[in-house]
Design a protein. Sequence first.
Lengths: 112, 112
Amino acid sequence: SAVISQKPSRDICQRGTSLTIQCQVDSQVTMMFWYRQQPGQSLTLIATANQGSEATYESGFVIDKFPISRPNLTFSTLTVSNMSPEDSSIYLCSVEPASEAFFGQGTRLTVV
Amino acid sequence: GQQLNQSPQSMFIQEGEDVSMNCTSSSIFNTWLWYKQDPGEGPVLLIALYKAGELTSNGRLTAQFGITRKDSFLNISASIPSDVGIYFCAGYVTGGGNKLTFGTGTQLKVEL
């Protein structure tokens, strides 16, 4: 299994600001994934991040709102831009080295 | 998009009881995964299933990949207080690429 570290683990942000979440993996992986988990809900895929190419976004998520970087095979960032209270969620990074997805501990974001 | 319906949505357990939950889909899945999420943490993989009819155990947990490939169940035997949490099924749809679809979740609570 892969060990995934996310930073920050939680943050409280003012509306209109942006937050960048970092995800570090202890091994090289081809694909990294970003999920959102709204309060009391299941996980929804935001985008897939491949090294050397632009991220692929799921329906309902756009690059201007959730820009993603993938500078190498062990690291990715997700930025939540121009935040509103509706962005308050847990954001999770995931990798799938085989057919099993492993997750970081998540970033709990509260927008006030 | 794909939907995975989990039932029950929530359940109360008493220590020592066996617990059963299931997950159904409108589409055929080629992999089923079961996760547990504790408060403030990311989902942790419990069991992975790869073949229709497969029955796999992990300690007190047993999961099965349905013959129709559209369902899966998870059983927990002799429950203990630390089993409390939210359980998610997830899977890869045949022909759906690397996108993992999550179920709606089953919240396990301890009955006082």
